[in-house]
Design a protein around this ligand. Structure first.
Ligand SMILES: C[S@@+](CC[C@H](N)C(=O)[O-])C[C@H]1O[C@@H](n2cnc3c(N)ncnc32)[C@H](O)[C@@H]1O
Length: 298
């Protein structure tokens, strides 16, 4: 009777009634249950951290909201959404591809299976590039193998450098262009092999090229197989593409080069760069003490 009266009132007043079916689980326990499910294939601490990311980035339920309103019941829709995500994740698909974006240095970048998932260690490339640009007085930089565009776009936004971004993959380049559009920044774009598609004089080259040894492929974690092979692997113990870039950069009279490299590649690449004519070559290590960035100057 009460319901009928409420219904008539709602219809007369054009009120839209939304019926939400809820599960028996509240947000607090659903988050914990997810961590437990993820721990079937992830170490416990990673599973816990990732479950927070799903809730925070995927559902908009971060720690503060869960602490304040965690007793609210999860709707059936959200429960189904979590199940669908879980089915993809348990087959090895990285969370970032499921979500479709990632934050890098405080900005949101769209990520697709045609692009590498940006890594935190690439921040060292960015920081080294900013320092080298100042030292050599560069006004223009080329980001080679831009992928989602993180390096080129961030350089264009946070410095006064005019940036050209290149990639051999048309699909990756189109993701990078969309990211630049979303972030409201202008770059020059070129598709092709390393520096070949760039016609203008080159001052500073910045790059995170593929550098994983092809021979290590079989031993790698399954998540990596979802990323484009051309973004990851190189022959010559992983150093083929980096070596070509070091050579092309000096041949094109670049004043400086900052390139991400693999762990243990520092000594060999330093001596190759010196042999090619680079005057000063430094190797920077990341926080885990792995060779990570080669910085070369004329
Ligand atoms: C390791 S990913 C880096 C992506 C992005 N810069 C980042 O740091 O997340 C390497 C990128 O280089 C591109 N690439 C591979 N070989 C290339 C080549 N010979 N010339 C230009 N780009 C290349 C791949 O398509 C991929 O987007």
């Amino acid at each position: 009777m009460i319901l009928r009266r409420l219904w008539r009132k709602a219809v007369n007043n054009h009120i839209v009634i939304k019926v939400v079916f809820v599960s028996h689980q509240d947000f607090k326990s659903a988050r914990k249950a997810l961590a437990k499910r993820l721990s079937i294939f992830l170490p416990d601490t990673e599973a816990d951290a990732e479950s927070w990311r799903w809730f925070e980035e995927g559902l908009g339920w971060g720690r503060a909201r869960i602490i304040a309103y965690g007793e609210e019941l999860v709707s059936w829709d959200l429960e189904n959404q979590i199940d669908a995500w879980f089915n993809r994740r348990k087959d090895g698909e990285p969370w970032v591809y499921i979500l479709g974006w990632i934050m890098w240095r405080g900005r949101r970048f769209n990520v697709t299976p045609e692009t590498l998932i940006p890594r935190p260690e690439t921040e060292l490339v960015f920081e080294s590039a900013v320092q080298l640009a100042t030292l050599i007085g560069a006004r223009h930089a080329v980001d080679v193998g831009t992928g989602t565009g993180i390096l080129g776009i961030t350089l264009a936004l946070d410095t006064s450098l005019d940036v050209t971004a290149t990639d051999i993959s048309k699909e990756a380049l189109s993701v990078a262009r969309q990211n630049a559009q979303c972030l409201n920044v202008k770059l020059n774009w070129a598709c092709g092999n390393l520096l070949e598609p760039v016609n203008d004089p080159i001052e500073l080259v910045v790059s995170n090229p593929p550098y994983i040894d092809l021979e290590d492929e079989a031993t790698l974690q399954r998540e990596l197989f979802f990323e484009p092979r051309s973004a990851l692997f190189a022959s010559d113990h992983g150093m083929e593409v980096v070596t070509k870039l070091i050579k092309q950069s000096i041949d094109r009279n670049a004043k400086g080069l900052v390139v991400e490299i693999g762990s243990g590649q520092g000594d060999e690449l330093r001596s190759r760069a010196a042999c090619m004519g680079w005057q000063t070559v430094d190797i920077r290590q990341d926080t885990a003490k792995h060779d990570r960035v080669l910085i070369a100057r004329r």
